[in-house]
Ligand binder design. Structure first.
Ligand code: NDP
Length: 337
């Protein structure tokens, strides 16, 4: 049984030395337990937060403990009445080949799911996040303009496509020409701007002549600075993530802009609302999953995975994800089907 543990708390960008691969015995299930074998591991930006002991909405991973993470697994052995060997199960096994579970928090995916790994992406936590954050907090209406950054990623791709289905004009922001081309040509966004090219504020202003009604916040930083002056009165800003700052070791330089932000919130009557997907919306996961399965079957939602091969490459995969090296939802293939 291989597992990757947190070796040290990163300073800034995580380094290889912050992780350690350990090998041990495959655990044996006790009474009422199932033994799960990991097939796919999800890599997600929140994992950077778990490596830190700064106050957050969730407990940090302890140094020496396995990294946490969502997994698609198969039941290897079971002493639990509800689980049979061979079944596919969505779990939270973390960065390891095998894990024991008493059944709590598991979701059965059946004996032969069509796309098992989708439960880590478009049908799982990131897809659910984009869907609920946009529809419940963003409240998009036909004809409105929706802007989303990290537009080609796991969350952003769902946000933009669902906004299109609701009749909105959608402008994505992404890192590089390839990601922008993908957002427009494959995902059907109206436009997509490269945040690494010069003059994002000017280009964004020209791309949204009617202003912005919904800004789905995934990144913060310079992208938010470009968005803020373009928000319309009564715009909605679901605050989902601030990935541009996850590796930061100090506050950004420059003048204090809190006053400008608060004045915009006041005078434009903005709705700025943070959310942590399973804290707010766990009770609506079934509803989301049914709707999204239908949209995928109808070919109305496209989905792209970026697969890292081998558990040993998970650290590099996470480090790269935080820098935008992923093209779509990043997952690790840990073992065979
Ligand atoms: P992605 O698949 O979008 O991958 C992360 C992307 O972030 C990178 O590919 C990169 O895209 C972008 N990025 C990284 N650094 C910067 C930067 N400095 N400026 C602009 N963009 C940057 O990840 P997810 O879709 O899984 O997550 C997107 C966001 O949603 C994250 O902030 C995450 O924390 C948040 N989230 C929040 C949840 C919640 O419950 N609130 C649940 C799930 C996710 P590019 O190259 O295009 O810049």
């Amino acid at each position: 049984n291989r597992r990757i543990v947190l070796a040290a708390r990163p300073q800034g960008e995580p380094a290889d030395s912050d992780f350690r691969l350990e090998t041990g015995e495959i655990p044996q299930p006790g009474p009422g337990q199932v033994l799960l074998r990991t097939v796919y591991l999800s890599l997600d930006p929140y994992m950077r937060g778990r490596m830190s002991d700064a106050p957050s909405y969730a407990e940090p991973v302890q140094v020496g403990a396995p990294m946490v993470g969502g997994t698609v697994t198969r039941v290897e052995a079971s002493n639990h009445p509800d689980y049979r060997p061979g079944e596919w199960v969505l779990a939270q096994s973390g960065w390891q080949d095998y894990a024991l579970s008493d059944g709590s928090g598991l979701l059965r995916l059946g004996s032969d799911p069509e796309h098992p790994s989708y439960s880590l992406g478009v049908l799982g936590m990131p897809g659910f996040t984009g869907y609920m954050g946009l529809l419940d907090i963003g409240q998009p209406k036909a004809g409105e303009t929706v802007v989303v950054a990290a537009a080609s990623g796991a969350v952003g791709a769902v946000v933009g496509q669902i906004a299109k289905i609701h009749g909105c004009k959608v402008v994505g922001i992404a890192g590089g020409a390839d990601k922008c081309r993908y957002a427009v040509q494959e995902l059907g966004f109206d436009d997509c701007l490269d945040h690494k090219a010069p003059d994002l504020p000017g280009r964004l202003a020209r791309a949204v002549p009617q202003g912005i009604d919904v800004y789905f916040e995934n990144v913060g930083g310079a992208v938010f600075d470009a968005v803020l002056p373009l928000l319309n009165p009564r715009a909605r800003v679901p605050v989902c993530g601030l990935i541009s700052a996850y590796n930061a070791t100090c506050q950004p330089q420059g003048p204090d802009r809190l006053g400008v932000l608060m004045r915009n919130i006041l005078t434009k009557r903005l709705k700025v609302q943070g959310f942590i997907i399973f804290n707010e919306y766990a009770h609506r996961y079934g509803e989301f999953r049914e709707a999204m399965e239908g949209l995928i079957k109808q070919g109305r939602i496209k989905y792209r995975e970026d697969v890292v091969d081998g558990l040993e490459n998970a650290p590099r995969g996470l480090i790269g994800l935080l820098k935008g090296e992923n093209a779509g939802k990043r997952i690790v293939r840990v073992g065979p089907d």
